[in-house]
Design a protein around this ligand. Structure first.
Ligand code: NAD
Length: 496
């Protein structure tokens, strides 16, 4: 069926310079001159080329960030907040460009973005970073603490939601007076470059936010290895996170780490299925399941089992799958490697004896052949030890794990029985049970009768981050700007 395009790529070439990254407020090619093609994952067409940066480019960015640091650190926090607020307003003005650009490079349907709201929240915190006064043993002395920036800091982000990750990983550090080098993912660097250009347009000085594009093993590895970088943030896979942590250890610098997830959706017999089912389907099909917080394990009590499995299969079958240019519910996976990985997990699920209820295949036909489209896939009868119940698939694959009605302990054990602990959702009308279960879940964020932070109606500034192998440190949250400061004790003897 031919589908008419409803979205088109904005003319990004008016802004982004072909084959370049953004260092010291200027578009620059890689020192080597090499470039990376950024492709539309729905059809393989070339969207743009960016610089293939490496260690010399990271060194240039560190030099620029070091030069910008003294003035930015000494800019009043109120003014830094105003500049970040102006950046937020520009992201609202260019909202559609940002949303379409991210959809084009990641492949997901065009949708609203939390960028402006989060940026405004962070901007408002810039002038509320407080030190403390300390008691002293003599009235002649004054003891204080100051909160000061680290200096030049680095951030490495994945490809799945580059817009929000750009903001969460740069704005708090900038609000606190640090200057930043961001390394976006090679598959989706365009939204990050566009946002960094908007930051310049907002009046944030050159060198405060630099974006070095390139591959992980080149530009990515060079960033935490550079001795001029004083703190790092990394969002991505556990294996790469461990490598970045080792590099930080060599330079003795702190790190904020946001890794993967295998988030449980726990249904209890009294759950409101009218609310739960659409949310459960959206949680595993949004961005084709390429979301760290995707609800990839569904724990179902025996009494609901048959109804829930049939209803989810029906809803999966009704999803419109297509390119971001069309009114689709779900797009393709990011690249051929990710597609292979997801199809291999599907094969592993069947081989281990799980019951394939829906999907399981690559989609075929004119609308799909040049992209990486995999059907939303539902496995029933999944046992907790199976690979599809333990490992992060990062694709639209939902595993149903049955448990006995009333056996709350067993549901909690299954929910906690993976290496991960990022998010969880509890569906029940019994608030006492909801709170009891939520307290026992090992995850950095637990939602009850809602998913994530509740979206546009939800909690403002909810901390996000992992327990166990899902990482440490929190993005967003009331302390997020403070996290990018170090505390200095100041003791003044006034009896002079
Ligand atoms: P990845 O770890 O392969 O890559 C992430 C980033 O690290 C990319 O920019 C990449 O270029 C860079 N990189 C790769 N090798 C590197 C190295 N040796 N040194 C430094 N940087 C290097 O992850 P991915 O496949 O792009 O993203 C998917 C993973 O990210 C999943 O595991 C997902 O759960 C996780 N993720 C976590 C969160 C979270 O907030 N917890 C959010 C989104 C994605």
């Amino acid at each position: 069926m031919a589908v008419t395009a409803v979205y088109e790529l904005p003319d990004i070439h008016k802004v982004l310079r072909d084959g370049c990254h953004l260092i010291d407020g200027a578009w620059a090619p890689a020192r080597s001159g090499a470039t990376i093609d950024v492709l539309d994952p729905s059809n393989g067409t070339l969207l743009a080329r960016v610089a293939r940066g490496d260690a010399p480019d990271v060194a240039d960015a560190v030099t620029a960030a070091q030069a910008a640091l003294p003035a930015w650190r000494d800019t009043s926090p109120a003014e830094r907040g105003e500049l970040l607020y102006r950046w937020a307003e520009l992201t609202l003005e260019y909202d559609e460009v940002i949303n379409v650009l991210q959809a084009a490079e990641v492949g997901h349907p065009v949708g609203p973005s939390p960028i402006a709201a989060r940026l405004k929240y962070l901007a408002g915190k810039a002038d509320k970073v407080l030190g403390r006064t300390l008691p002293t043993r003599s009235p002649d002395l004054l003891g204080l603490t100051l909160r000061e920036p680290y200096g030049v800091v680095g951030a490495i982000i994945p490809w799945n939601v580059p817009g929000p990750f750009t903001v969460f990983n740069t704005a708090p550090a900038m609000a606190a007076g640090n200057t930043v080098i961001l390394k976006p993912a090679e598959d989706a660097p365009l939204t990050a470059l566009f946002l960094a250009w908007l930051a310049l347009e907002a009046g944030i000085p050159p060198g405060v936010l630099n974006v070095v594009t390139g591959y992980g093993a080149e530009a990515g590895a060079a960033l935490p290895a550079h001795p001029g970088v004083r703190k790092m943030a990394f969002t991505g896979s556990p294996a790469t996170g461990a490598a970045v942590m080792a590099a930080c250890a060599r330079n003795l610098i702190p790190l904020q780490l946001e890794l993967g997830g295998k988030s449980p959706q726990i249904l209890f017999p009294d759950a409101d299925l009218n609310r739960a089912l659409p949310a459960i389907v959206a949680s595993i099909t949004a961005n084709a399941g390429q979301v760290c917080a995707a609800g990839s394990r569904l724990l179902v009590p025996d009494s609901l089992h048959e109804t829930v499995v049939a209803e989810i299969a029906r809803r999966f079958a009704a999803l419109r799958i297509g390119a971001w240019t069309t009114p689709a519910d779900m797009g393709p996976l990011i690249n051929a490697v990710q597609e292979r990985r997801v199809l291999d997990y599907i094969a592993a699920g069947s081989a281990e004896g799980a019951d394939l209820v829906h999907g399981g295949h690559k989609l075929e036909g004119d609308a799909y052949d040049r992209g990486f489209f995999v059907e939303p896939t539902l496995f029933d009868g999944v046992r907790p030890g199976m690979r599809i119940a333990q490992e992060e698939i990062f694709g639209p694959v939902l595993s149903v794990l049955p448990y006995r009605d009333g056996d709350e302990d067993s549901a909690i054990d299954i929910a906690n029985g993976t290496r991960y602990g990022l998010t969880a959702t509890v569906w029940t009308r019994d608030l006492g049970r909801a709170v009891r279960v939520a307290r026992r879940i090992e995850a950095g964020q637990v939602a009850i009768n809602v998913v994530g932070d509740g979206g546009p109606r939800g909690a403002i500034g909810a901390p996000f981050g992992g327990y166990k192998d899902s990482g440490f440190g929190r993005s967003m949250g009331p302390d997020f700007v403070e996290d990018w400061t170090q505390e200095k004790a100041l003791i003044i003897d006034a009896a002079v």
